[in-house]
Design a protein around this ligand. Structure first.
Ligand code: FE
Length: 343
């Protein structure tokens, strides 16, 4: 009798759930995103309207979301994760929380060097890590390459954020890829030797230090200057006028680029909808809005960019290395930073 009762109690809720699953309400996709919700919300609204698929968003920092997916295991509701930096996307793949995506559309929309060699993640926007400098104290002719930052003329004049930052790790990984470990170590040591102060703060902190005369040259991602130029804050607008962008290595391999991108989780329950969302974000309509929203670059040259971003010079020569290598060489980059005592 008790057994029968337990059986009934267990089966009834299951039947109710199954009964609901055939209704359109189930057309949904669960997006974990490390990008600010205001950046993707306008696109999600269009996607939901176009497809009838509801997107449930969970926002947090990359590390938190990746840990969450690991902890949730097979029961994780996450279908896809969107974050920044190929280094982060590759780390997620190594943690075995991603899966290979089969989509001819994505393969056509996302250039080969901007996606995982194994098909586990795809880029959705591009940013470049460029040299920013004080035009009153620096001659741009003297800082034409990343390698210029180790010149003895810049002793005590360079500020750059910590080596624990993934953007710097990926940049160093690109140097390892192109020039080998020995040259990369020499570069890191040379830059450390030119530091105006021990690394502290984020990209905007370095840019502020240039503006305030605490150093003359730094490395920062392009969109941070875009944010200053379009800012409602007077200080930021004023700061933006006192700093200039230089795209390094235009006469050789091109400026280092990185991406925002996404992957489908290993245990995705709404895999097809998740692929549809990635395809939508990579397509023309979303690309223009997405890139402009954060002053980034679209993944294809046929898409419009913001006037602010265009004012720095576009198109510029981008480093065309496959960005999978930024992830593959991330550990080596960390070791080199340690040997060079780049904190
Ligand atoms: Fe950033």
């Amino acid at each position: 009798m008790i057994r029968q009762l337990i059986y009934i109690l267990a089966v009834i809720p299951a039947l109710i759930v199954t009964g609901c699953s055939s209704t359109p309400v189930d057309e949904e996709v669960n997006l974990y995103t490390a990008r600010k919700e205001h950046l993707i919300r306008p696109l999600i609204d269009i996607f939901e309207k176009d497809t009838g698929i509801k997107v449930n968003i969970v926002s947090a920092k990359t590390k938190v979301l990746i840990k969450k997916i690991i902890d949730e295991g097979e029961t994780s509701p996450a279908d896809l994760l969107i974050t920044v930096d190929a280094g982060n996307l590759h780390k997620a793949k190594l943690k075995d929380i991603t899966q290979k995506i089969e989509s001819e559309k994505l393969n056509a929309l996302v250039p080969q060097h901007l996606r995982d060699k194994g098909g586990h993640w795809y880029a959705l926007s591009i940013r470049s890590r460029v040299i920013m400098y004080n035009p009153e104290t620096i001659d741009p002719e003297d800082i034409k390459n990343y390698e210029s930052l180790m010149a003895s003329s810049l002793k005590g004049r360079v500020c750059i954020r910590s080596s624990s930052n993934i953007y710097n790790q990926s940049l160093l990984a690109s140097l390892i890829y192109h020039k080998g470990e020995k040259a990369a170590l020499e570069w890191a040591k040379g830059v450390v030797n030119n530091f105006s102060r021990p690394p502290k703060g984020n990209d905007r902190g370095q840019m502020t230090a240039v503006v305030l005369g605490e150093c003359d040259v730094t490395l920062a991602n392009t969109y941070y200057l875009g944010k200053w130029i379009s800012s409602k804050k007077d200080t930021e607008k004023m700061y933006a006028k006192k700093i200039k962008v230089l795209f390094p290595n235009q006469d050789n391999r091109g400026s280092h680029i990185n991406i925002s991108g996404g992957f489908i989780t290993k245990n995705a329950k709404n895999k097809n909808n998740a692929i549809k969302l990635l395809e939508f974000l990579a397509d023309d309509k979303a690309q223009e809005i997405y890139a402009k929203q954060n002053h980034e670059y679209p993944i294809r040259k046929n898409i419009n960019i913001s006037d602010i971003v265009r004012s720095w010079g576009y198109p510029f020569k981008m480093d065309m290395m496959n960005l999978t290598n930024l992830g593959v060489l991330n550990d080596d980059a960390g070791k080199i930073f340690d040997i060079a005592t780049w904190k």
